[in-house]
Design a binder for this molecule. Structure first.
Ligand code: M6R
Length: 610
């Protein structure tokens, strides 16, 4: 949440800051601002709303200078407005911040008593005043910032610009992500890697408690005790183009269409033709050379990643016979969970920066569980907090609605299922080989699913005016139904709910009325007949039924108002295919409605506050 960028070098800072903020806008987009040191003093420009408003504002008068900081905001304290937009500026100190200062009310009261005058309602402005107060005691800005930080409680990633030291950026982090970018005679700092990709792919992640002083020629980092730290550089394989729209109307649509390639990347090098041997990095070290040393698995995640975890529960229990619980990370922390050193905790997160998932993971570690991360972002906080990581290799996901991350997470979790089943010797060689063969067919099958896009668009058009949608499924497909409803809610702002189809008659069927669209996921399975009965029940009450099932299923053609026929695969892999038409359905409905698909209202890509 909130995007931060800082630059020092020979380029026009404003250009780098605006470009970086564009690439970070998915993190928050209710206001934006930049501050540049122009050789005479500090120039701050801010605007309410999207970054384009700021761009329009500075179009005729662009701040000039070679050092600056920028911010795109997702409001936590204070309404979205220009005066609450970052950077915040008091005397010679300018600050951008991501995170939440928990003791802000108390600090604000104390500062007001000391005579400080607040211009905004934000918790961030506290930093400016605290630093200025400290500067009354010490002339050293670094010390003043460090002392100010000791007074705040909560999470922060901050970058400070100080007019009296015009060749340095001061950077600190606790809980919220920050990455340093290494250039030639220029350096960068940002909340996330995409902002840096046009300039450098050599990065280092700042750790909690670390403090960096960034100039054009150096990046000096100290730990929380003031001891110098040598940061290890990470080379990012993504390029800037991967984070651009590539001719698609929205990032979300591009990311949906990337899924066949993504799955190819996810499985690449991990399975081999004709072999039952999987190569999953870090697993032999975590599990041991043979066998499966854990009594149970506990999965921690939020949102779409939680849905991937729910699918994995079915796989782990039914295919690998491993008892599994799935937890919303935000609830797990307060549930006194029953986990111990015999528990394998699997934390799933696209970004690796979700505050709730990170906090839950920390708790799991305190309870001595071993943690395996399933993550998309190299070197992110989650991967650093875990004992091992299986990367999803989905490439940068920019659309706020998660699509390719979901499919790649499920793919990794399926591979992990086979690894567990194989280690526990409960799946025959033949079955393992069949399943691996089906995994290998996934990219092609996903291509075939994507060819349904136009047909799905037509169905979406028929439903565009509906104000309630139900998604029903059973077993393995139930989490996919939840995910379909989440996609629709978050980008088209209509009411949508996912239900286990057998539960309909225990209450939700009361929502069904004439014309209410009901999306039913009906792959061939042992519950096929049962869910067909559920379809009859909703049809009898006037629902418009959209069935997603196997291509050529005549029964579905007969019973449903619209059918999306998908390629045949083994039942256990159907969630990966069946998720995609629901993404397209949500996308087209949102696009017909004209909502902001990539940056839906009230949301942000990375939820870095609890
Ligand atoms: O980065 P993470 O996977 O940890 O993010 C978790 C959720 O915030 C995320 O999946 C969210 O629900 C998406 N907007 C859903 O599309």
């Amino acid at each position: 949440m909130c995007g931060i960028i800082g630059y020092i070098g020979n380029r026009e800072a404003t250009d780098v800051l605006i470009d970086g903020l564009k690439r970070l806008e998915y993190r928050g987009y209710d206001s934006a601002g930049i501050a540049v040191l122009n050789g005479h003093g500090i120039e701050v420009e801010r605007a309410e709303g999207k970054l384009s408003h700021l761009e329009a504002k500075i179009h005729k008068h662009k701040p000039k200078g070679h050092i600056g900081i920028g911010h795109t905001r997702w409001a936590t304290h204070g309404v979205p407005s220009e005066r609450n937009a970052h950077p915040h500026h008091v005397e010679d100190v300018v600050v951008v911040h991501n995170g939440i200062i928990e003791n802000y009310s108390q600090l604000r009261k104390e500062l007001i008593q000391k005579g400080c005058h607040f211009k905004s309602e934000t918790d961030t402005e506290i930093f400016c005043h605290l630093i200025n107060e400290e500067l009354k005691k010490t002339k050293e800005i670094q010390k003043a910032i460090a002392n100010a930080l000791k007074k705040v409680r909560g999470a922060y990633a901050i970058v400070v610009l100080y007019a009296k030291e015009p060749h340095k950026l001061y950077v600190a982090k606790l809980g919220s992500p920050l990455v340093l970018g290494f250039g030639k005679k220029e350096n960068f700092v940002a909340s996330d890697v995409p902002a840096l990709l046009p300039y450098t792919r050599e990065v280092a992640y700042l750790e909690d408690g670390e403090f960096a002083v960034v100039s054009d020629g150096s990046l000096n980092v100290v730990d929380s005790h003031g001891h110098p730290v040598t940061k290890k550089k990470t080379h990012i394989a993504w390029d800037a183009l991967m984070a651009e729209k590539g001719g698609y109307k929205h990032f979300m649509l591009k990311e949906i269409f990337e899924q066949p390639r993504v799955v190819e990347q996810t499985i690449m090098g991990r399975i081999q033709l004709g072999s039952t041997q999987l190569t999953l990095e870090g697993i032999p070290k975590l599990f041991g050379a043979t066998g499966f040393p854990f009594k149970q698995v506990a999965i921690l995640a939020c949102g779409t990643s939680w849905h991937a975890g729910m699918v994995a529960k079915y796989w782990f229990e039914q295919l690998a016979r491993v008892p599994t619980t799935v937890h919303l990370a935000s609830e797990f922390r307060y549930a006194n969970p029953l986990i111990d050193s015999k528990t394998l905790v699997i934390s799933i997160s696209q970004s690796g920066e979700t505050a709730d998932t990170l906090a839950a993971t920390q708790l799991a570690k305190q309870k001595k569980a071993k943690v395996l991360a399933i993550c998309n972002v190299l070197g992110s906080s989650l991967t650093r907090a875990s004992n091992a990581t299986l990367y999803t290799h989905a490439g940068p996901e920019i659309g706020v609605a998660s699509t390719k991350a979901f499919v790649s997470q499920m793919t990794v979790l399926y591979l992990l299922t086979l690894e567990m089943a194989s280690r526990k010797k409960i799946m025959s060689k033949e079955e393992l080989l069949t399943k691996m063969e089906e995994i290998r067919k996934l990219p092609q099958n996903l291509e075939t699913v994507l060819q349904k896009a136009d047909a799905i668009k037509k169905i979406a058009k028929e439903c565009v005016n509906a104000s309630h949608f139900l998604f029903i499924a059973r077993g393995l497909q139930y989490p996919v139904a939840l995910e379909g409803a989440l996609k629709l809610k978050e980008i088209s702002y209509v009411h949508a709910e996912g239900f286990a189809a057998g539960e309909l008659k225990h209450g939700p069927i009361a929502l069904v009325d004439k014309g209410v669209p009901v999306v039913a996921l009906i792959p061939p399975s042992e519950t096929y007949e049962k869910i067909l009965s559920n379809v009859e029940e909703v049809k009898a009450r006037g629902a418009f039924v959209i069935a997603v099932g196997e291509k050529g299923d005549e029964e579905l053609e007969e019973k449903a108002d619209a059918v999306i026929g998908l390629p045949k695969t083994v039942y256990s892999l159907t969630p990966i295919l069946y998720a995609v038409p629901l993404q397209l359905f949500a996308y087209y409905i949102a696009d017909f409605k004209g909502t902001d698909v990539d940056q839906p209202r009230n949301l942000a890509k990375s939820v870095t506050v609890e």
